[in-house]
Design a protein around this ligand. Structure first.
Ligand code: ASP
Ligand code: MG
Length: 440
């Protein structure tokens, strides 16, 4: 069985939902994971934020506005009177639940329950639409099988056991529709897999049922070899290995939630990124195979802070890094890039919540310099370090001030730290000389 995930835009309008129906209705049995309609989760976050600061009026008016939007979609999507009424009842139930939340005292659990409504709505509506169109579909309630453990990792034994029960209970159907993003936590409370987590839902299901393939359908034609927001003429990458995809997802290639490939990697279940607007296009295939063709992709991540830790005591001493790491660990701040010389360590963090405290502690034994507004530009490709073109990098970037370089941490990645002000020109230059093959 295949698992197909469709994002918010794919279920964001009646026209796009018709499109999705065309794609999935091919006679093959499958599980279809849906996100909330685009914009809904953001609205739900805003409702939660209003309630957090006890602005009940603001929350209520946002709830009403969203409810009206759904009624309009239901009227456009469902011409069948019985189904129309049935879905409107369900929609009313979800919105009454949201209104009830405005009376309760706000908590993390309430916030998560609010966030869960988007996927409950989109799946119920879409399933009714399939029934109207004569497609044999059934709903699989994600909260009956999707669970994370106390470390917020998927609880695979639980999921495997429960998903087969849920499938059995749903009965024989051609298309099973389920909610992305939402799950239960280890205490049984409603939780989620973090923003953008529907991709992750799809691969968790894929791993649990040993699917033949997981497809992630979005509104772009696969993972691109550079950031299309800043560089013209970027191209979809046709093949990536799991390692390469994991590097890219973390470094800001927004198309995939960072953890997405982890569940399926061990079983080698392929993940294909496909475009709803152009279903015939190949998209990007992520598999265990390494297709070697040099630098495949460039991605950048902003809002990086660099910290330089300089100390005479570092010279030939041992345990210095341990002391440094312990401070970051105490403030639960993860370090992304790190380079060392004999007398200094430079490292980067993307979360500077505790920056002041961390710097104060480091200053007890070192001189500290902090640079904000940095970006990591990362180049990804299998065994990138073995490719000739890699050595062109310094020539291409001779006018860019490179603050740090990380090379060799993984064979698939070279990361450069630069000032964010230079990011766009850096991405463009790399594109020109590495991908458009303009000679230097
Ligand atoms: N609806 C959730 C979000 O907007 C999950 C997802 O779309 O993947 O983050
Ligand atoms: Mg998404």
């Amino acid at each position: 069985m295949k698992v197909l995930k469709f994002g918010g835009t794919s279920v964001g309008s009646v026209k796009n939902m018709e499109n999705v129906k065309e794609i999935i209705n091919d006679g093959e049995q499958k599980i279809v994971v849906l996100s909330a309609m685009s914009g809904t989760t953001n609205s739900l976050v805003a409702i939660g934020d209003s309630l957090k600061v006890q602005n009940v009026d603001q929350a209520l008016s946002a709830i009403n506005a969203l409810h009206e939007k759904y009624i309009a979609v239901v009227d456009e999507l469902l011409r069948d009177e019985t189904l129309n009424a049935q879905v409107k009842d369900y929609v009313a139930e979800r919105f009454n639940f949201l209104i009830d939340c405005t009376y309760k005292s706000f908590s993390q659990i309430i916030e998560n329950e609010i966030l869960a409504q988007g996927e409950l709505l989109s799946t119920f509506m879409f399933n009714a639409y399939l029934q109207q169109e004569g497609v044999n579909s059934a709903l699989l309630p994600a909260l009956d099988y999707m669970k994370i453990d106390e470390n917020k990792e998927p609880d695979f034994p639980y999921i495997e056991a429960h998903i087969s029960e849920v499938l059995e209970k749903a009965g024989e159907a051609e298309i099973y529709i389920t909610q992305g993003f939402i799950c239960l936590d280890d205490t049984g409370a409603v939780s989620n897999l973090q923003r953008g987590g529907s991709d992750y839902t799809a691969t968790i299901i894929g791993a649990s049922i040993k699917a033949g393939e997981v497809q992630i359908w979005t509104d772009i034609d696969g993972m691109h070899n550079n950031d299309p927001r800043f560089v013209e003429g970027t191209k979809p990458i046709s093949d990536l290995s799991f390692d390469e995809a994991a590097e890219l997802a973390y470094f800001g290639a927004k198309i995939l939630h960072p953890q997405t490939v982890l569940p399926v990697r061990a079983d080698g279940i392929p993940v294909r990124l496909k475009n709803t607007m152009d279903p015939e296009a190949k998209g990007t295939s992520i598999t265990s195979n390494h297709v070697e063709n040099g630098i495949k992709a460039i991605a950048a991540k902003d809002n990086i802070t660099a910290i330089k830790i300089k100390s005479g005591r570092m010279l030939q001493a041992h345990g210095f890094l341990k002391k440094v790491f312990e401070i970051f660990e105490a403030y639960k701040t993860s370090i992304d890039m790190i380079t060392t010389s004999e007398v200094a360590v430079s490292l980067t963090v993307d979360d500077d919540t505790y920056l002041e405290q961390i710097v104060a502690e480091l200053e007890n034994f070192a001189t500290i310099e902090v640079d904000k507004n940095q970006s990591i530009v990362c180049l990804v490709g299998h065994s990138i370090v073995d490719h000739k073109e890699t050595y062109k990098l310094f020539k291409i970037l001779k006018d860019v001030n490179i603050r740090m370089i990380s090379y060799g941490g993984s064979r698939n990645n070279i990361s450069l730290l630069i000032d964010t002000a230079n990011k766009i020109t850096t991405l463009q230059k790399l594109n020109k000389y590495l991908f458009e093959l303009v000679t230097l």
